[in-house]
Design a protein around this ligand. Structure first.
Ligand code: KG4
Ligand code: ZN
Length: 345
């Protein structure tokens, strides 16, 4: 089965071609530089940029995959959640294509697509669900921090989420306080490499609470007050790597502790993790260590499939089709606030 998918929920325009589970093309045009001067994603600019990028990115995906639109069996796009004007571009383009080619269309949930992205592995990358088993999944991006129980394929239950800022948002906002460019997550990751994670003792909000929720705004505020009370740090070039390493350690500690605790409570033997923040090297290695210490297997999404991409949208749509889920109406509307609970995969 040949699947063509589009992803335009936020600030990446992406098109992918997936053939029988194998990712033949996954083209991503990032708008990060465009939004950097505003310190965050500007929805109107994102929508215009998606419109500009959509055809070149789609053509590049077909060329890379050596596939023609007429060979496509199924067309998919992100239906939500995301920025309304950004979602509209990809969803309506995919529906128009499905109408023109008379093919089934699947409008999929962005976070459910992230949820299954750790199953895309190998070179060439391919989605393989043969070794699927019940697991706990951590989805961490710029907009969301979700802990999910997945008992069966295409069944999931949201255990907890952030009460305020998402983990990626915490990286970005504390990074901004430290004078780093947007998005600060990857920059902090690099700077933290030469820093001491124990140099500063920042709070670990909700880490020891008996729930699966997260809260990161207090950590951001703690960093703000610490910098206000220690103005000399701004003049100390050695302070920055230590501050980055210490902030990163606090975020990672909370994410890892709560994920492993949920896995043990549900009695699963597998943990998976996905979303942009899973590119973070400290998070990857600490999850690895904690899972090994508790006899849990770990499946991390490959960095190329952590950040927003259309390959994961195609993979979820083919899984849904294989499992007999009905296609989505061609006039279905975007769902900017679509919750994971309502998605029914
Ligand atoms: O999933 P994603 O690409 O977009 C959505 O938000 O949906 O995630 C982007 C987030 C940003 O907050 C960015 O700072 C963070 O992921 N991020 C990282 C790293 N790479 C991306 N955070 C920490 N370390 C990284 N290496
Ligand atoms: Zn995402």
């Amino acid at each position: 089965m040949t699947v063509f998918a589009l992803e335009t929920s936020c600030d990446e325009t992406s098109a992918a071609v997936v053939v029988d589970g194998e990712v033949r093309a996954n083209v991503v045009a990032s708008q990060i530089r465009l939004h950097a001067e505003y310190g965050g994603v500007v929805p109107e600019l994102a929508a215009r940029e998606h419109l500009r990028n959509l055809l070149p990115v789609s053509r590049a995906a077909f060329e890379t995959a050596r596939t023609e639109p007429s060979q496509v069996d199924l067309i998919a796009a992100t239906r939500g959640p995301g920025l309304p004007t950004a979602l509209l571009i990809g969803l309506k383009a995919a529906q128009a294509m499905a109408f023109a080619l008379q093919r089934p269309f699947y409008g999929v949930h962005h976070h459910v697509a992230h949820l299954y992205s750790p199953w895309i592995t190998g070179d060439p990358p391919r989605a393989d669900f043969r070794s699927f088993e019940p697991h706990i999944s951590l989805i961490v991006s710029g907009g969301h921090t979700l802990l999910v129980h997945v008992p069966r394929l295409l069944e999931h239950r949201l255990l907890g989420s952030t009460l305020d800022d998402a983990a990626g948002e915490c990286f970005d906002k504390t990074g901004k306080l430290l004078g780093l460019p947007y998005p600060a997550g990857p920059v902090m990751d690099r700077l933290a490499e030469n820093g001491n994670p124990e140099a500063y003792d920042f709070p670990r909000p909700l880490r020891d609470e008996p729930n699966d929720d997260f809260s990161f705004s207090g950590l951001k505020t703690a960093v703000r007050y610490y910098l206000r009370d220690h103005p000399e740090l701004a003049r100390d070039p050695k302070a920055l790597p230590d501050l980055c390493a210490s902030v990163q350690a606090a975020i990672v500690d909370v994410l890892v502790t709560k994920t492993v605790r949920a896995a043990r409570r549900w009695g699963v033997k597998l943990v998976t993790a996905s979303g942009g923040v899973v590119c973070n090297r400290a998070l990857r290695s600490e999850l690895q260590k904690a899972c090994a210490a508790h006899g849990l297997r770990l499946r991390l999404a490959a960095p190329a499939f952590c950040t927003d991409n259309a390959a994961m949208i195609a993979v979820l749509a083919s899984l849904q089709a294989q499992q007999g889920r009905p296609p989505t109406d061609l006039d279905a509307e975007i769902r900017p606030d679509w919750s994971l609970e309502e998605s029914h995969a």
